[in-house]
Design a binder for this molecule. Structure first.
Ligand code: ARG
Ligand code: AKG
Ligand code: FE2
Length: 344
């Protein structure tokens, strides 16, 4: 009997009526709510999400409650290319909300079916919805804004105890069909002994560069102080497990590019190498094409992106990203007030 997890992509394709109704809903809400700063919007999200097509609501609730699949895709959204306009050159200094506010609101509605949306004070200047498009100055970097290099597979914000439970990636455009990569764990390919070791706090994952001051705008001491926790994680190099949860169906936390194993721990190194090989061998491509929204279970799947040739002419691939937590209160120690959605 095979224990291989079924990693084929589950998807829901909107009918043209559903796509039209969804687009209309997001336009209506973009006119009704001024910005993400409006507390009424966060309050109303579950009620507004109940106006999404019932089929999608069921599909996403099944994804969450089933706790089985690492990713799913909802296809067939109508993202108005004319209205959205050209892919920007940078996420910094953009007027917000921008013309793509309806699409950002759509991801917020979806987030309400999975949990609560949140952001990072230390990432993309604290914006709740992130941009992912190529930026020339970052073309060789391990960032969403890179292009020339493979974006190595990772758990989003793997270094952080309050990382996302789910990631939502909405493709405003992707003219060259650049694939995202996704991979899950095939537990049967690991020895029991290695699994035991991987459950132990014997591994360090450093913060990725998107959380560094150099990749944010800092104009005051107060803004600089937001990075203290990140810096502490860099300095103190805390050790943690790579697998957790059910011993028979573990969750994972991985980012090999930023991982180190203490030099004197040969067993941990062996277990880590075995885990890396198993996950790496299972990586596959999922193209989030224009109008597709990719949902990633950040405990079950790692993801990355194939290298591609950026255009830098306004027609580049452009994704929007929202981080979702199933439990906002867990991160309360890192949120200045109960209301704020920004960690750091
Ligand atoms: N292994 C990695 N490359 N990790 C970093 C991933 C990219 C990062 N989360 C970003 O927002 O840009
Ligand atoms: O571009 C993609 O498809 C994924 C990007 C990503 O993983 C990230 O920005 O963290
Ligand atoms: Fe990522």
């Amino acid at each position: 009997m095979s224990n291989l997890t079924d990693q084929s992509t589950r998807s829901y394709t909107l009918t043209s009526d559903e796509a039209a109704a969804t687009a209309e809903l997001t336009l209506e809400l973009a006119a009704a709510y001024p910005s993400f700063g409006d507390p009424g919007l966060l309050r109303d999200l579950p009620r507004l999400a109940a106006r999404l097509p019932l089929g999608v609501q069921h599909f996403l609730r099944d994804f969450k409650l089933g706790d089985r699949h690492g990713h799913v895709v909802v296809r067939g959204h109508d993202f108005d290319q004319q209205r959205i306009g050209p892919t920007p050159e940078h996420w910094r200094d953009r007027h917000r909300p921008g013309p793509e506010f309806p699409e950002e609101l759509l991801l917020m509605l979806y987030s309400a079916l999975l949990g609560e949306p949140f952001g990072w004070a230390t990432q993309q200047d604290g914006h709740l919805v992130h941009d992912i498009f190529p930026i020339r100055q970052h073309e060789n970097d391990q960032l969403g804004m890179g292009s020339k290099e493979l974006l190595t597979w990772h758990t989003e914000d793997a270094f952080h105890p309050y990382r996302s439970d789910y990631l939502i990636l909405g493709a405003l455009r992707n003219p060259d069909h650049v694939p995202t990569t996704v991979g899950e764990l095939d537990l049967a390919s690991l020895s029991d002994e290695d699994v035991d070791i991987l459950f132990e706090p014997r591994f360090h994952i450093a913060p990725d560069e998107s959380h560094l001051p150099k990749n944010n705008t800092i104009t005051s001491e107060e803004e600089a102080a937001r990075f203290a926790t990140i810096q502490r994680m860099i300095d103190e190099r805390p050790l943690g497990p790579l697998l957790y949860g059910s011993r028979r169906d573990p969750y994972m936390r991985l980012d090999p590019y930023f991982t180190s194993v203490p030099e004197d721990d040969a067993e941990a190194r062996r277990a880590y190498d075995a885990l890396f090989k198993v996950v790496d061998a299972g990586m596959r491509e999922v193209v989030a094409d224009q109008g597709d929204v990719l949902f990633i279970d950040n405990h079950r799947a790692v993801h990355g992106r194939q290298p591609f040739q950026a255009r830098y002419d306004g027609t580049d691939r452009w994704l929007k990203r929202v981080c979702v937590t199933a439990d906002l209160r867990r991160s309360r120690p890192m949120r200045a007030t109960a209301e704020t959605r920004l960690l750091g």
